[in-house]
Design a protein around this ligand. Structure first.
Ligand code: PLP
Length: 504
């Protein structure tokens, strides 16, 4: 089939700016549905993001994000500068299977009737799957899983099965096994200056569940939430799926701007923040900002959800204390995870709830999925108690610091002048900020064509990004792999240097 000429799409969509669902996602879904049911034919060239943004009266970033999602899922294809097309390779059979067109009588509804919550969730039905490919540079969020002491872990698992066979096989407490909660509380008091008794520690299946439970236990659909801009998509998706109205609040060199939050959404019921190492920008929230945020919460009764996902990896000084440790009025829900310090498929994390919320969070966990596997909890408790956890963190901190030095050195050598690197004092990734004239989605696509993963920062924004750049994860990759990828990235982006402004 040949290429069709450019189509204007606006008659096909009704975007609802008042909806809690981000506009880019409404647009993504509208285009995807139109492709699937044939209203936009295969091979059709879509209008440029600039043109469509103007036509729909939305920001260009909205269209760029929607196109990026559709490109990633294979509905669209295209190369920078030569247009974006509906893929020719979407097979008719799978179209029929997906839409049920062969069996559905004309006019009959093609979708099952869903609740409002179900409809909100369905918007994520095709986007929720995280990458299951073998990680490669610079995919962020991946720890050095090959360095995990799995022989030791294996022995410890066997020991648990020998010691406690029946206790590990029956139902356990929803809030988690006491020895693990005690080990976590002790670790948090010592290493993160979290103020807590072990009874406040509730086991969850990772930060994602902590965010989901917080949204459902503390907020009602329609409530406003301050969301860091740019911010973590896992949190954004969970909060939107819970029917909340997200207010993007800019992050500057000191962290989330409380002044901007007060101006844009003074009545917000929750602020989602990553104070130790803002995701994705890497900024550490200043003490002044922490106090401003806590004051706002105490004044208005709003909650703060502190996502402390990778604070163990700080290279220049001791890890900073948690925001929770400064909270005098019990407004902070603290969430932590073993996904970065150990490995993500473990699906173990925890939240520290203010004492009056412990029972309700425990009930919510029990109703959601009962509890986490008992054998993993027993092994992890012993792993922490016997000092292996602390040793593993120290070893990974040294390794990640070396890898951080390698990537900084390689990117500075290969891409100096094109990428301005974010502060890399902590964490497992950094941001390469691009000059104002360069489109990060285009840069990301060029990188992908060269086999390098470099996600655009604009994909982490709800509004037009203040700055564009690329997310560059390094912790999970060897120095050799990082150097090679830095060279490939430099080659892929060589053409963009011409677009660099002459003064900076
Ligand atoms: C900001 C942030 N929070 C939390 C997590 C971890 O989530 P989980 O514990 O659900 O694996 C990540 C992982 O990428 C993250 O980037």
């Amino acid at each position: 089939m040949g290429r069709k000429s450019s189509t204007f799409l606006s008659p096909i969509f009704a975007l609802d700016p008042a909806s809690a669902e981000p506009l880019y996602h409404q647009l993504y879904e509208g285009i995807r549905d139109a492709i699937l049911d044939g209203r936009i034919a295969r091979g059709t060239q879509l209008p440029s993001s600039r043109l469509l943004a103007a036509e729909l009266s939305v920001s260009r970033n909205t269209v760029v994000n929607a196109y990026a999602q559709l490109l990633a899922e294979g509905y669209l294809e295209g190369e920078a500068g030569s247009g974006t097309y509906v893929t020719l390779r979407l097979p008719d059979d799978s179209l029929r299977a997906v839409r049920g067109t062969s069996t559905t009588p004309p006019g009959a509804p093609t979708r099952p009737r869903l609740s409002r919550q179900g409809q909100a969730l369905q918007r994520y039905a095709t986007t929720h799957t995280l990458s299951r490919n073998e990680p490669r540079p610079f995919q962020p969020g991946v720890p050095a899983v090959d360095e995990f002491p799995f022989r030791l872990w294996e022995r410890m698992v066997a020991r648990q099965w020998r010691k406690h066979p029946w206790q590990l096989l029956t139902y356990g407490p929803a809030e988690g096994a006491q020895p693990l909660r005690q080990a976590i509380a002790e670790y948090l008091r010592m290493a993160r200056a979290v103020r807590c008794d072990w009874r406040q520690v509730i086991l969850v299946s990772g930060s994602q569940q902590a965010i989901d439970l917080t949204a459902r236990v503390l907020l009602d659909p329609g409530d406003a939430v301050w969301m860091e801009e740019p911010g973590y998509r896992g949190a954004r998706d969970a909060l939107v799926a819970a029917g909340l109205a997200l207010a993007p609040v800019p992050v500057d060199a000191e962290g989330i701007s409380v002044r901007a939050g007060r101006a844009t959404a003074p009545g917000a019921r929750l602020a989602y923040v990553t104070p130790s190492h803002q995701f994705p920008s890497g900024v550490t929230m200043s003490v002044t900002r922490r106090m401003e945020l806590l004051c706002w919460a105490a004044e208005t009764g709003a909650w703060i959800l502190e996502d402390d996902y990778d604070s163990e990896f700080r290279y220049v000084s001791r890890p900073l204390s948690a925001l929770q440790g400064l909270d005098e009025s019990g407004q902070v829900i603290y969430a932590g995870t073993f996904s970065k310090v150990l490995f993500p498929s473990m699906r173990l994390g925890y939240l520290v709830a203010p004492p009056p919320l412990v029972d309700v969070f425990t009930a919510a966990r029990s109703i959601a999925d009962r509890h986490s596997p008992m054998v993993d909890q027993a092994v992890l408790a012993e792993f922490m108690r016997e000092g292996h956890f602390g040793r593993h963190i120290r070893r990974m901190r040294t390794l990640y610091q070396e890898r951080r030095d390698t990537i900084v050195e390689a990117l500075t050598r290969e891409l100096d002048g094109l990428l301005e690197l974010s502060p890399a004092a902590a964490g497992m990734h950094l941001v390469g900020w691009l000059p104002g004239t360069v489109d990060d989605v285009e840069a990301s696509r060029l990188a992908a064509n060269a086999g390098v993963i470099a996600q655009p920062i604009s994909a982490y924004c709800l509004a037009e990004p203040a700055r564009r750049g690329l997310m560059l994860g390094y912790a999970g990759y060897s120095s050799a792999a990082l150097k090679l990828a830095a060279g490939q990235l430099a080659q892929a982006l060589a053409g963009l240097r011409a677009k660099r402004p002459t003064t900076r």
